[in-house]
Design a binder for this molecule. Structure first.
Ligand code: BES
Ligand code: MN
Ligand code: ZN
Length: 481
């Protein structure tokens, strides 16, 4: 689908506020409202299709005028696009008015985003694909606003490219997305955009001393990969660091997962998917910043070579780790990844993104990403970015009590703090390797891959938190336009 400006089509999407209607369609709307057919409630859709003239009107409810925000516009646009597809209408126009509490640039961006979300499909493996697709939506803008709005629309188009890449990587099954395939995908997607992509093999990771990461990789015949991505869009200031968990399949290892918990574990590389997608969006939008991203990719398998509970392993930082469960593998890979990015890549701050704990899903469900930090100021930036993105985050505690729970007995640390506070003890484990570098950990176990479609998000990979990472790197978020 392409978004254009100023074309008039026979099909029209019309935004309707609850109780206020829409100046141009007063009569129809008051009749629909009298009959309780359409009142302009948030998320409501009502279509009038005239097969004789070919003219159609798709009314999209956006609720009370003073309550309307970006999230409501994303959803209205998403529903409008789905309705057009259902009606097999391939071109439509939409008049975009100014909302009282949202600047015009942001509202046009949000509407465009919702339209793009409606396009996403993961249908590579389906013999019969849905053939109809929306070809064009043309925006009827307020006079004189074009120049202000167009760069925002381009920015969203690029962001959605990143998000779709993330979703595709996550939705891909483990049989076809091995660590090597993930590394090659990063290379082929990012190198053409000017990002340097360095790929490390097992021997190179060994030479760097990544013993915790390699302990997880030990049981697999799929070779592990380190993926280092360097984007240099800014002057010579130290880069921002992004780290993504890249477990391409998590069986749990010898602490094996029961079947129902294992079925979605192809998505256990959600953090790396998000980081790679964010790098793509950052480069496409040519952000004038420096960013380095690191993924240590492996699966967590069982074999005669696999690590087992009771093992004591090392790490790049030199700390030793008692393995209490081989299913707490993500933190082992992240320990070396954050240590590597700080010591070898010289980043000034680190954000790691990981499908890390079931405990986080128990606490927050699929709605909020869990956030942990050793630096409230950095978390403040992430919160602002998440708000702009419409990707909710919720801070969970991290204090010395949680560190006590992961103190080792035969080794320096243990890789599990037991059942209680599992999301926080996992975060504490990573913090032990970050030391004092400003750091935020985002646990996306609930938000990366969802059991059913919700709002404008599809079932499966959501692409969260690509937008948050993007707006965080972009910075300069002063709540303005
Ligand atoms: N990949 C899982 C976490 C997960 C759970 C992600 C559900 C997405 C949905 C992680 O490696 C894991 O197995 N964590 C364990 C840790 C425990 C053994 C200390 C967990 O949460 O049960
Ligand atoms: Mn696990
Ligand atoms: Zn895992």
């Amino acid at each position: 689908m392409k978004i254009t400006i100023g074309q008039k089509y026979d099909a029209e999407m019309i935004l309707v506020f609850k109780g206020k209607g829409s100046e141009d369609h007063e009569n129809i709307l008051s009749r629909l409202s009298e009959k309780n057919l359409f009142k302009g409630e948030e998320g409501e859709v009502f279509s009038l299709v005239n097969m004789e003239t070919g003219r159609s009107q798709i009314f999209l409810g956006i609720g009370e005028e003073d309550q309307a925000d970006e999230e409501i516009l994303r959803l209205a646009a998403f529903k409008g696009a789905k309705e057009l597809s259902r009606l097999k209408i391939s071109e439509a126009s939409v008049k975009l008015t100014k909302l009282p509490n949202l600047c015009y640039r942001k509202s046009t961006k949000a509407f465009a985003e919702g339209l793009y979300h409606a396009e996403y499909r993961f249908d590579q493996y389906l013999s019969k694909k849905q053939e109809f697709s929306l070809a064009e939506v043309s925006f009827d803008l307020l006079p004189g606003k074009e120049e202000k709005v167009l760069p925002g629309l381009k920015e969203i188009e690029h962001l959605m490219d990143g998000i779709f890449l993330t979703r595709n990587l996550i939705n891909e099954p483990a049989i076809s997305l091995t660590p090597e395939v993930l590394a090659q995908a990063a290379k082929s997607e990012l190198e053409p955009l000017g990002i340097e992509v360095e790929i490390l093999d097992r021997a190179e990771c060994e030479a760097l001393g990544m013993k915790a990461f390699l302990a997880v990789a030990k049981g697999s015949t799929n070779e592990p990969r380190g993926i280092i991505m360097r984007y240099r869009g800014g002057n010579d200031e130290a880069p921002v660091g992004l780290v993504g968990k890249g477990v391409t399949f998590d069986t749990g290892g010898y602490s094996i997962k029961p079947g129902p918990s294992m079925i979605t574990m192809n998505g256990d590389m959600g953090g790396s998917g998000a980081v790679i997608g964010a790098m793509k969006a950052i480069a496409l939008n040519k952000l004038e910043k420096n960013v380095t991203a690191v993924v240590l990719a492996t699966d967590n398998m069982i074999s005669g070579d696999a690590f087992v509970p009771g093992d004591i392993i090392g790490s790049m930082a030199g700390k030793t780790i008692e393995i209490h469960t081989t299913d707490a593998e993500g933190r082992l890979t992240l320990a070396d990844a954050v240590y590597y990015i700080i010591k070898k890549e010289g980043v000034k701050e680190v954000v790691d993104v990981a499908t890390l704990t079931g405990a986080c899903v128990v606490a927050l469900g699929e709605f909020n990403t869990g956030a942990f930090t050793n630096n409230e100021e950095l978390l403040g930036k992430i919160r602002a970015a998440a708000k702009e993105a419409g990707e909710p985050v919720w801070q969970l505690p991290l204090s010395k009590e949680y560190h006590k729970l992961i103190k080792g007995d035969r080794g320096d640390l243990k890789n599990s703090g037991g059942r209680w506070g599992g999301a926080s003890t996992a975060a504490a484990f990573i913090e032990a390797f970050v030391e004092d570098t400003p750091w935020v950990h985002l646990d996306i176990a609930g938000t990366s891959d969802i059991a059913g479609a919700r709002g404008y998000l599809p079932k499966g990979a959501t692409g969260m938190p690509v937008k948050t990472l993007y707006y965080y790197v972009k910075g300069e978020n002063k709540g303005g336009c």
